[in-house]
Design a protein around this ligand. Structure first.
Ligand code: XUL
Ligand code: CO
Length: 440
């Protein structure tokens, strides 16, 4: 087994004044921040698809990066990818990885042959992950790339395609369980529509729920103890994706009685495509008890698609880690870099620069979030802003004691309530955040 990234050694922590581009400035894995080591708080994961497979191909041009890993034969390449992945994880100090079934091993034409080839790679992966002490954060199934999924998988108008997708997911779940996966993700690849003129939306949603129910039952029956996640995204590849955003997915889960089995895998770029902030999606998931895992990346404010850039926005990372800490930290989830280096960043060392940038961004975000919480001004402000709900009429409303008639009586006696209001103090709070951030 050769070395794929010769000339690059283990990436160490050198602190914020280092100018070494192959060193961490903020990520110090064993340093304790907010009661846990940074490694435990952040649970970084490598994405198999972008990192080992993504070569920069876009709608206007072929790949720019060599991701053949020195092998022309696809079965040999699949194993080489495993070796390259573990070398990367070891050098970057990343403990977890995530995959789609077809990232590990491609489609070989028949499901039988495809499954047999996948087994070979899973066998190898199982052996190598034990040797290297690496873990599977989550697995998933690619039910969107092949032409058979052109109209969707679980939401295809064709029952044969549904059956095929179920068979493929069954196998992906088995691989996830064998590899000790902490989670299993549903991202609604082509589960959506282009036009309602050809779409039976009610049936498609019912079928999607049927597929999820079957998956949960089967996975539990073969011993899967981890979490199931839905990863919301509003559009792309279809014009309208059913798993639009956290709120929509919550409605779907509750409507079909799936809410006890699923949490959310929230991706930053998907949040912004849905016209939400990343923090909005995280906050809603946290408040509704369905926060699970994160796909860390960022979009571009000028581009209306999923650019999957490595995250470098410190504000977003800080507010994200604030929500993660407030949610009690990750349990089965983690921070998966569903991110790709730009097409022009095509050299092997760009993979390192990208991951270092992303990991340092979230490490700094964690440091800031812990400071925001320790400082207490933001939390105290929010607590005081809502203090009218813990006494008097507010407490009576919360406990269900106050009726509409009593509230009417109260309002009539009280008169104008404008004078009960306080300023929202947004600018003051934003300045507090800046003060904490730039004092670190
Ligand atoms: C696509 C996306 C997927 C999911 C897993 O936008 O984010 O890679 O994370 O299928
Ligand atoms: Co994703």
């Amino acid at each position: 087994m050769g070395e794929y990234f010769s000339g690059i050694g283990k990436i160490g922590y050198e602190g914020k004044s280092s100018t070494n581009s192959l060193a961490f400035k903020y990520y110090n894995p064993d340093e304790v921040i907010g009661g846990k080591t940074m490694k435990e708080q952040l649970r970084f994961a490598l994405s198999w698809w972008h990192t080992l497979g993504g070569d920069g191909t876009d709608m206007f041009g072929i790949g720019t990066a060599d991701k053949a890993w020195g092998k022309a034969d696809s079965a040999e390449r699949a194993k080489a990818k495993v070796d390259a992945a573990f070398e990367l994880m070891n050098k970057l100090g990343i403990d977890y990885y995530c995959f789609h079934d077809r990232d590990l091993s491609p489609d070989y034409g028949t499901l039988k042959e495809t499954n047999a080839q996948l087994d070979e790679v899973v066998n190898y992966l199982e052996k190598r992950q034990k040797e290297e002490g690496k873990k599977l954060l989550w697995g998933t199934s690619n039910c969107f790339s092949h032409p058979r999924f052109m109209h969707g998988a679980g939401t295809s108008p064709c029952a044969d395609v549904f059956a095929y997708a179920a068979a493929q997911i069954k196998k992906a779940v088995e691989a996830t369980v064998r590899l000790g996966g902490n989670g299993y993700v549903f991202w609604g690849g082509r589960e959506g529509y282009e036009t309602l003129l050809n779409t039976n939306m009610g049936l498609e949603l019912d079928n999607m729920a049927r597929l999820m129910k079957m998956t949960v039952e089967y996975a539990r029956s073969i011993g899967f103890k981890g979490d199931f996640y839905i990863e919301p995204k509003p559009k792309e590849p279809t014009k309208h994706q059913y798993d639009f955003d956290v709120a929509t997915v919550l409605g779907f889960l509750r409507g079909y009685g799936l809410e006890k089995d699923f949490k959310m895998n929230i991706e930053a770029n998907h949040a912004t495509l849905a016209m939400h902030t990343f923090q909005h999606e995280l906050r809603l998931a946290r408040d509704c008890g369905v926060f699970g895992s994160i796909d860390a990346n960022q979009g571009d404010t000028l581009l209306g698609w999923d650019t999957d850039q490595f995250p470098t926005n410190i504000y977003d990372a800080a507010f994200c880690m604030y929500e993660v800490i407030k949610a009690g930290g990750f349990t089965n989830g983690g921070l998966n870099f569903d991110s790709k280096a730009r097409r022009g960043s095509f050299k092997p060392c760009d993979i390192f620069h990208s991951y270092i940038a992303g990991m340092d961004t979230f490490a700094l975000g964690l440091r800031i979030a812990a400071q925001l919480i320790a400082d207490g001004r933001i939390d105290k402000f929010i607590e005081e802003r809502y203090s009218s709900w813990s006494t008097g009429i507010g407490a009576d409303i919360v406990s269900g004691k106050a009726s509409m008639a009593e509230l009417e009586k109260y309002a009539l006696e009280k008169g104008e309530v404008l004078c009960s209001l306080e300023s929202g103090r947004q600018e003051k709070l934003e300045a507090i955040v800046n003060n904490i951030m730039f004092n670190l």
